[in-house]
Design a protein around this ligand. Structure first.
Ligand code: G3P
Length: 217
């Protein structure tokens, strides 16, 4: 499973990228707002750091507006994936942008049927928002499983990009189901390394090592 990092925070992206953990980045208007920067500048900085796909989202809601904005965003760098919402106009833009050779991430997916439409429209990535489904008291991870089954049934090449990931358990669950990508906030990605038994075990080893009076090297 590939890790995308779900942020527009340059410092975080750089740190995680240096560790070799970043296969791509996803941004959205809310994340750009949080970064405090201009979309073109922030996105360019991200693309200068990360080799993989960097999703930049259109904010127009009509087809013509989306296409116009997509052309502007696509000029930022070769690794831009244009993010469009899962609406009729978004699907239409997806089809047109794919025909023009762009990567497209269809976002705000909340049902398996929406994901089926996105695949039919040739999406490079489909982004089901599992955390926001959990927020409604419904199991968001189940949606990843449904989409995996449907895409595998028909051999769709669209990659399942599990989004709105909030917990380390979400990461494990979508990996077990076979999501192609998980886009993970930096804090959650860093939390994957933590385990109390690792800390406890290390403490014990260091205490015992000190008793030997030895040094290495
Ligand atoms: O990848 C989509 C993500 O940014 C939305 O996450 O936590 O706002 O639902 P969240």
């Amino acid at each position: 499973m590939k890790f995308f990092v779900d942020t527009a925070d340059i410092k975080e992206i750089k740190e995680l990228n240096d560790l070799g953990l970043v296969d791509g980045v996803t941004t959205n208007p809310s994340l750009i707002m949080k970064s405090g920067g201009k979309i073109a500048d922030v996105t360019k900085q991200i693309c200068d750091i990360v080799e993989g796909p960097v999703s930049a989202e259109v904010t127009a809601t009509d087809y013509d507006g989306m296409m116009k904005q997509a052309k502007v965003l696509a000029k930022i760098a070769d690794n831009i994936a244009i993010k469009v919402p899962l609406t009729w106009d978004g699907l239409k833009a997806c089809r047109a942008l794919r025909s023009d050779g762009h990567m497209v991430n269809v976002t705000l997916c909340f049902s398996a049927n929406q994901a089926l439409l996105a695949a039919k429209a040739g999406a490079t990535f489909i982004s089901p928002f599992i955390g926001r489904i959990d927020d409604m008291g419904i199991d968001g991870v189940e949606l990843i499983s449904e989409i995996r089954t449907i895409y595998d049934n028909y051999g769709f090449k669209t990659e399942i990009l599990a989004a709105s990931i909030r917990t380390v358990n979400h990461v494990k669950q979508v990996a077990m189901i076979g999501a192609d990508v998980a886009t993970v906030p930096p804090a959650t990605l860093k939390a994957l390394v933590k385990h109390p038994l690792t800390d406890k075990g290390l403490e014990q080893f260091l205490a015992d090592w000190a008793k030997t009076g030895q040094t290495i090297g």
